[in-house]
Design a binder for this molecule. Structure first.
Ligand code: EPU
Length: 338
């Protein structure tokens, strides 16, 4: 099925709830429909393109004057199974958390720590979603989609996806050129639980026997307590990335702030918690008009009402500036600004 609109309202398609319009909007449920549309509509090739899933990582600064492509491919299909693993091909349009729920119910491990992350399955590999010590790249076998330049369907194996912290090939070299239509996941039938992240082990154990269900329940409880629900308060999850600094820089910070959270990455870099830096700069809960820093998790910026994308962006620049002045650390946006 396809749907095509002109001057289409994107408010329901961005979780910040910003009111903007797309010149053209195309939605499809079958990969072949996209191929037919692109082959038949040469005229669109010179327009700016934008791919959106559920718009949970996007901030629109103005109307979009080009073509928005919205893949809405449904389905979860078992493609292969052996003694220890099951491979599932999941349509880009499936809701991410429904897929996590499906895996947990069927005792398939690998994505349980990613419970309650908003968004669609097709968007998950783009920014390599991650939480509580797990990244989606660890469970991705391959990513299938359509190359708008070559006009062919292509499958990328995980090792060719250039996955990194909140990064991938689809965000860099193939940005707005490759439309993900489905993702193949390799899941564990005998999962090893991943409880190494901070307070997670403690929280899961407090709740009882460790199981996939228990981990999912605990993570849902942690996230619901800290992160605002996009259906009631516009936001796009973490607005900034956690910054990488040298171990020497982290040590300098530790001398001044003994309680600073530091996450080792490799011998050359460590990560600091951007939420902690923003809070320490005195900005947690800070609000200007319709925009603010969330009261419970400072890494999240929220739209309290009808803020425009520009207002949210300008506000975020102030936060960046304040953190820079206070700690000499530059925050990088995690949200995609259009
Ligand atoms: N912290 C504060 N104040 C705050 C927020 C955090 O002091 O307002 C401190 C916490 O106390 C903790 C540390 O910072 O010591 C880390 O906090 P948290 O566990 O909440 O995680 P985060 O680093 O702030 C990252 C991801 C989240 C993910 C969590 C859990 C990024 C940019 N964000 O946040 O992902 O859910 O870890 O793994 O890496 C997202 O990307 O949208 C997102 C929500």
């Amino acid at each position: 099925m396809i749907r095509f609109f002109e001057n289409y309202n994107l408010k329901p398609h961005n979780t910040f709830g910003v009111k903007v319009k797309a010149r053209y909007f195309f939605e499809f449920t079958e990969p072949d429909d996209l191929d037919i549309f692109i082959q038949a509509n040469e005229g669109y090739k010179d327009l700016p393109l934008l791919l959106i899933g559920s718009g949970s990582n996007i901030l629109f600064l103005q109307d979009f004057s080009g073509l928005v492509i919205h893949p809405n491919v449904p389905g979860i299909i078992k493609v292969k199974e052996d003694r220890s693993h099951v491979w599932l091909e999941v349509g880009a349009g499936e809701t991410w958390d429904d897929f996590v729920g499906y895996c947990v119910e069927n005792i398939l491990g690998g994505v349980e720590n990613l419970s309650l992350i908003p968004g669609k399955v097709g968007a998950a590999p783009v920014q390599n979603i991650g939480a509580y010590g797990q990244e989606v790249s660890q469970s991705v076998e391959s990513v299938k989609g359509y190359d708008l330049q070559k006009k062919v369907q292509v499958e990328y194996h995980a090792e060719d996806c250039a996955f990194g912290y909140r990064n991938s090939l689809f965000k860099t070299k193939l940005k707005n050129r490759f439309v993900i239509t489905s993702v193949v996941f390799k899941l564990d039938k005998f999962p090893e639980f991943n409880l190494e992240y901070g307070y997670l082990k403690e929280k899961v154990r407090e709740a009882g026997e460790v199981s996939l269900q228990q981990i999912r329940k605990t993570i849902i409880a942690i996230r619901s307590a800290k992160l605002p629900d996009v259906s009631t308060l516009g936001n796009a999850g973490s607005f900034f990335k956690n910054p990488s600094v040298s171990p020497e820089e982290a040590e300098r910070m530790k001398q001044i702030y003994a309680d600073i959270p530091i996450y080792p990455v490799n011998s050359k870099s460590v990560k600091l918690a951007a939420g902690w830096l923003i809070e320490k700069a005195g900005l947690k809960g800070y609000r200007e008009g319709q925009v603010g820093v969330h009261e419970k998790q400072a890494l999240v910026l929220v739209n309290y009402g009808d803020a425009s994308g520009k207002e949210i962006f300008d506000f975020s620049e102030k936060i960046r500036q304040t953190v820079l002045e206070r700690f000499n650390i530059e925050l990088e946006r995690e949200v995609n600004c259009i």
